[in-house]
Design a protein around this ligand. Structure first.
Ligand SMILES: Cc1cc2nc3c(=O)[nH]c(=O)nc-3n(C[C@H](O)[C@H](O)[C@H](O)COP(=O)(O)OP(=O)(O)OC[C@H]3O[C@@H](n4cnc5c(N)ncnc54)[C@H](O)[C@@H]3O)c2cc1C
Length: 460
């Protein structure tokens, strides 16, 4: 093949990249493009950390590509239209991209593929953002898994049988044999403001460099199994945004942790962390096989639940969003989300449970709020997390298990250090007082009873 176009989407790196590797192996000259897709961007507020993160990542990527003699084409358009037009303009024979498993992305890619084929071009796509995708891990009966532990066991067995899936898809833009392979030119990345967005305080968060975060995490991974549950500690990896946008390689992460574990250097934490990466793929395959979860409960009976609605519910929802529930841990968690775009996993479970089971508000409203504010928003994990908390999901927590926001606080933020970070006005309170509700918008014990009644319908 003479010319190919690599369409970058959620894989913003120039190393271990399946589509780029295959394009370089198949074509003499390779173009690279990213489309700021107006079908997604036009609905977002002008200050959006994700758009800024993408912009920063593309700035580095464009510089790297130029250093290797290539350039990055960046457009602000509807991707479905822009890619076939660009392919025609460049006269490429094929477009290369990595798989995306979200229903809207699958529809977009089908439309792009059809338009390209109608013009005599090809769309070649590859697995890249996961270790196992789609139908690769199934039950012995050939069905998708809906329970995590057997999925995880089957996933691990498959990896043991096929260790080559962890091999990197090499791309060496600076190397002698790839020199001159990228089409030369000037990158066309517009300023963030020209795209209609403004800078946020993203850079102050110190999460910009994925590989450096991973290095830092490897020094702490042995303690991850315990430390991950305490929001005041630096326990988790903070890599979720990088996994979302592909600024790290999943193969590299898994390979590194498995090698460390084999040497006995990852402690108990290594296996726990690997499990979390498998949860990510578990929810991706759930979304892929059961796209109805985007709007409905995984377990249909749970769509019979009558959630609170009307002005009073709207006021309770606003208090939750703004961190004004009167439950210190819930409020500190919501402030963490609003100020940084990150929320600790334990707190995501606590606030999600609080919304559905203390306030009686539909999980979909919380899911949508998270989708707008989370830096690492991932449709599959966010939906999976919310359906887990509301008990409507596959392998979810039973509906009668209702987190107590006070005991969660006592257990996981015993000295109130996390709470005080976001609610400095409570700094003077003792570890005993700090967890107690102050002017709560709801009484937990009464809410618990109402929730058990509300959920009665799922038994019928
Ligand atoms: C209600 C709710 C909503 C959530 N929404 C999202 C979301 O939109 N995007 C997202 O990436 N994660 C989501 N999670 C999962 C989890 O909270 C985050 O992945 C994690 O907090 C990210 O921080 P980290 O990178 O430091 O995680 P680490 O603890 O270091 O974990 C490493 C990676 O494993 C994956 N992972 C960890 N926990 C989970 C999990 N429970 N489910 C799926 N993948 C997981 C993530 O990719 C994460 O980056 C949600 C959880 C809940 C309960």
């Amino acid at each position: 093949m003479k010319n190919a176009l690599v369409w970058l989407r959620r894989d913003l790196r120039l190393f271990d990249h399946a589509a780029l590797h295959h394009a370089l192996a198949s074509a003499e000259t390779v173009y690279c493009a990213f489309i700021f897709d107006r079908a997604i961007l036009d609905a977002l507020p002008s200050a959006d950390r994700r758009v800024e993160f993408i912009h920063d990542s593309l700035t580095s990527l464009a510089a790297e590509l130029e250093a290797a003699g290539g350039h990055l084409i960046v457009l602000h358009n509807i991707a479905e239209k822009a890619i076939p037009e660009l392919a025609a303009e460049l006269g490429v024979e094929a477009v290369f991209a990595n798989h995306d498993y979200e229903p809207a992305a699958i529809a977009r890619d089908a439309a792009v593929g059809a338009a390209l084929r109608a013009a005599g071009r090809q769309l070649h796509t590859f697995k890249d953002q996961v270790i196992f995708e789609r139908d690769q891990v199934l039950t012995q009966g050939g069905q998708p898994f809906s329970v995590f532990t057997p999925y995880k066991n089957a996933w691990l067995r498959k990896l043991e049988a096929e260790p080559s899936v962890l091999s990197p898809w090499t791309v060496e833009p600076g190397s002698a044999h790839q020199r001159g392979r990228f089409a030369p030119g000037r990158s066309t990345l517009p300023a963030l403001e020209a795209l209609g967005f403004e800078r946020t305080r993203l850079r102050e968060l110190g999460i910009g460099n994925g590989p450096a975060l991973f290095e830092d995490f490897l020094g702490r991974i042995a303690d991850y199994g315990v430390a991950r549950d305490y929001p005041a500690l630096k326990g988790p990896s903070y890599l979720s945004m990088h996994l979302r946008f592909g600024t790290v390689s999943i193969r590299h992460l898994v390979r590194t942790v498995m090698t460390m574990s084999a040497r006995g250097a990852a402690g108990e934490g290594g296996a726990v962390w690997l499990s979390e990466l498998i949860w990510r793929e578990f929810y991706m395959q759930i979304l892929y096989h059961h796209p109805h979860v985007v709007d409905s409960a995984f377990k249909p009976a749970y769509d019979r639940i009558e959630w609170e609605s009307g002005a009073e519910a709207d006021e309770l929802f606003a208090a939750w969003c703004e961190g004004r529930t009167g439950y210190p841990l819930v409020d500190a968690a919501m402030l963490q989300l609003n100020r940084t775009g990150y929320m600790h996993n334990r707190l995501r479970m606590v606030v999600a449970s609080f919304l559905c089971k203390d306030l009686g508000i539909d999980w979909r409203r919380g899911e949508a709020y998270f989708a707008l504010h989370l830096n690492d928003f991932e449709l599959s994990s966010n939906n999976g997390g919310w359906q887990w908390a509301s008990s409507s999901g596959c392998d979810a927590q039973p509906y009668f298990r209702i987190f107590n926001p006070v005991t969660q606080s006592q257990k996981f933020d015993p000295e109130g250090k996390f709470i005080k970070r976001y609610l400095p006005q409570l700094a003077g309170l003792s570890p005993k007082e700090i967890h107690l509700p102050r002017d709560p918008i709801v009484d937990h014990d009464q809410a618990r009873k109402r929730t058990l009644e509300r959920y009665e319908v799922v038994k019928k």
